[in-house]
Ligand binder design. Structure first.
Ligand code: UD1
Length: 416
């Protein structure tokens, strides 16, 4: 299995081009199932998660081809309404095919995703909402068997804000009879991006990006073309890398508007961030200041940047409390960071970090996607050579990570 080795202590300087957003690309690719035709997406990141979803669409009968950052998906032959366990198991977001399959074919057999490293992550809210739209759901041998003669628009209220839940319902509602109103909807930019593309396909959607989305069902959608928005989590990770190493990075192709909570917190922590129309310049002049952070649904501080923020706070000048409110078990990186000398204790949903400004290299193990990124960040400032194993998690969500980091001065390489 591959390992990544990092020799710490080098400030990052130069320019990093931010890739297209994984979490925007995944629902967009799933939405191609809503209309048989050739869908064209630009700025698609080359990531394992994207390949996994394309494998699933391929299994269903679609065909895709990639040319650089352009991806074309031909869904005319897609008629197998099944998402098997082997594919869903490796990536939870495979559940995004449920809404489109029900909307177009009235049936779906989708494996339940099961637990994952960062918590139970059930899909009960997706199922409850679809039932309100008239779908009959049975669970058999770990599979959701869903059927509907005709999807009906309905009022849907999410007890907990769910990103993929909102996306699934929006896609199903686009082809339902009547109007669906989603309350307590996820406001993430990736949800708004999906609504944009659905609009190009002929859907009638208002309010995406707010907590109330109104979808008036139409009888048919057509394929279209869409340019994927930049990955705000990748950008946030590089911002933290610049601050941690005391470097000076320009992040090209990122949208500061999608990162307002992170920008505010990072400025409070002592980073200097200049935003212009091409991207963001991020650097640090003084010490890293310890700040408290609480993760929240968008527009709050993203849970997907929590692990990286914990690393920044190990270099802070005092005490920091980082509270995770979205996932119940998202502090797996803490044990590994402790092995690198970090002074962190976890109490319930909070990590209490005493900044010491000193991390020591060690062999560490990645446990999930964002935890892996945090270990790479720790390696960038630790004294000595840090070896991160199980890097397949990183390959799921960070495009050409070692290449991008090396190009701005990091000493980082992969060992096969
Ligand atoms: C998405 C993102 C992921 C991010 C997360 C939270 C994608 C592909 N992934 O994941 O990177 O970390 O949002 O911002 O976009 N929940 C339930 N029942 C449900 C659905 C969710 O209890 O049916 C709970 C979850 O366990 C979690 C919370 O709701 O505690 C939020 O999860 P959700 O927004 O659904 O996460 P994902 O959409 O899976």
């Amino acid at each position: 299995m591959d390992k990544i080795v990092i020799e710490g202590g080098y400030p990052l300087e130069g320019e990093v081009v931010i890739s297209g957003a994984k979490n925007a690309a995944l629902p967009l690719i799933a939405s191609a199932l809503l209309a048989g035709g050739v869908h064209v997406f630009d700025n698609v990141p080359d990531l394992v998660d994207i390949k996994t979803l394309l494998k699933l669409l391929d299994y269903m009968g679609a065909r895709s081809s990639r040319n650089g950052k352009r991806l074309e998906i031909d869904t005319r032959g897609a008629d197998k309404c099944e998402a098997p366990y082997d594919l869903v198991r490796t990536m939870r977001a495979s559940v995004l095919v449920l809404g489109p399959l029900l909307a177009r074919f009235g049936q779906a057999r989708v494996s339940l995703p099961g637990g994952c490293a960062i918590g139970a992550r059930p899909i009960n809210l997706h199922l409850k909402a679809l039932e309100k739209m008239g779908v009959k759901i049975d669970l058999e041998q770990g599979y959701v068997i869903a059927r509907v003669d005709e999807l009906k628009g309905a009022p849907v209220y999410f007890d907990v804000v769910s990103v993929t839940g909102t996306e699934n319902v929006m896609m199903a509602a686009a082809l339902a009879r009547g109007t669906t109103v989603i309350k307590n909807a996820a406001c993430e930019p990736e949800v708004a991006a999906l609504a944009d593309y659905l609009g190009k396909m002929g859907a009638r959607i208002k309010g995406a990006g707010t907590d109330t989305i109104v979808i008036e069902g139409v009888s048919e959608l057509r394929s279209g073309h869409y340019n994927i928005i930049p990955d705000r989590i990748e950008a946030g990770t590089y911002m933290i890398a610049a601050g941690l190493t005391g470097g000076d990075l320009f992040l090209r192709n990122c949208q500061a508007g999608h990162l307002q909570a992170a920008i505010a917190k990072l400025r409070e922590a002592g980073l200097v961030i200049d935003v212009d129309s091409d991207g963001m310049r991020v650097r640090r002049n003084g010490p890293i200041r310890s700040v408290d952070v609480k993760t929240q649904p968008y527009p709050g501080f993203p849970t997907d940047l929590q692990a990286q923020m914990v690393v920044l706070m190990t270099m802070g000048n005092g005490l920091s409390v980082i509270t995770e409110t979205i996932f119940e078990n998202r502090f797996m990186h803490v044990g590994e960071l402790q092995r690198m000398g970090a002074d962190i204790i976890v109490e319930g949903r909070s990590a209490i970090i005493r900044g010491s400004g000193n991390l020591l290299a060690a062999p560490v193990m990645a446990t999930d996607l964002r935890a892996s990124a945090s270990l790479i960040l720790a390696g960038l400032v630790a004294e000595g050579k840090t070896e991160v194993s199980r890097v397949y998690h990183l390959d799921r969500g960070y495009e050409r990570l070692e290449e991008k980091l090396s190009s701005v001065g990091a000493r980082i390489w992969r060992v096969k």
